[in-house]
Design a binder for this molecule. Sequence first.
Ligand code: ATP
Ligand code: LTN
Length: 294
Amino acid sequence: MNRIFSGVQPTGNLHLGNYLGAIRNWVELQHSYNCIFCVVDLHAITVPQKPEELVQATREVTAAYIACGIDPKKSIIFPQSAVSIHAELSWILGCHTPLGWLNRMTQFKEKTGKHADKASLGLYGYPVLMAADILGYRATHVPVGEDQKQHLELARDIAGAFNRFYNQDYFPLPEPLIQGPATRIMSLRDGTKKMSKSEESDYSRINLTDNAEAIELKFRKAKSDALPTITYEPEKRHETANLINIYAALSGNSREKIVEEFGDKNFSAFKKALAELAIFFVPSRRLMIRVAGP
Ligand code: ATP
Ligand code: LTN
């Protein structure tokens, strides 16, 4: 059977983007693949972390996996730092990765901006560690959100370089699985930026631990434009397109059907319906069970 590997960083609260872009898809994939789902705490330390908070966040993301429907009897769930092969293989693969390939990584450029000189070697080598995660288990498929596509292509390139150097098909070339209408959920405050754990404003995202009131408030305050009708024009109406995409992902309805239903209604009616859907689907209450410390 084909093997899946994927992971989420234990940095801050999981949000609707993590859920719709990644974790929700994992739940379905458990039926047709051997699945390994990792909490990638070594990736988290590429930027400064408080040790006690990192330990707690690692437990909470593990709990969130289970609350979202990952079945520990079917799938392997573990913290990355518990298995030394990730760091070891990362070094070996790093010796087969030209700097030119890493210099193309847009996430590093976006995260560091003009201050790349101050970033750590760890942050720069982050995609090599991600390649080690995947290749270390000879995973064949990797379900992720759109933002990870370039890192996945790099993992394929590194696998290919390694196989050529040793002249054998040692690593399978991993296939990205980027599925559904919600592969890139955008911030509720700015439809051109992805919804992110590291964005300062909590109003930019729906956290999986948000209660009904918070979800309702955040959608009510979500940025939208001044046009009177609701249309799907992703090139021009970023925020509106994002809300339609979220509605589509949560309801399973097509964008056309949503525009048909809400096209001539006002934004407040659409946002109210969207909030109701999210309150129903986001598995928040189960996640509010705090995870006991060691
Ligand atoms: P940060 O924004 O701080 O970099 P993150 O929210 O992207 O963190 P990750 O742990 O890096 O969180 O991502 C875990 C998974 O969630 C990945 O598969 C990623 O592609 C997916 N993901 C993250 N943000 C979004 C989003 N806005 N829309 C869809 N998928 C997303
Ligand atoms: N870089 C990923 C998290 C991640 C990952 C992985 C995803 C680390 N290792 C291996 C899939 C497979 C991110 O979402 N930021």
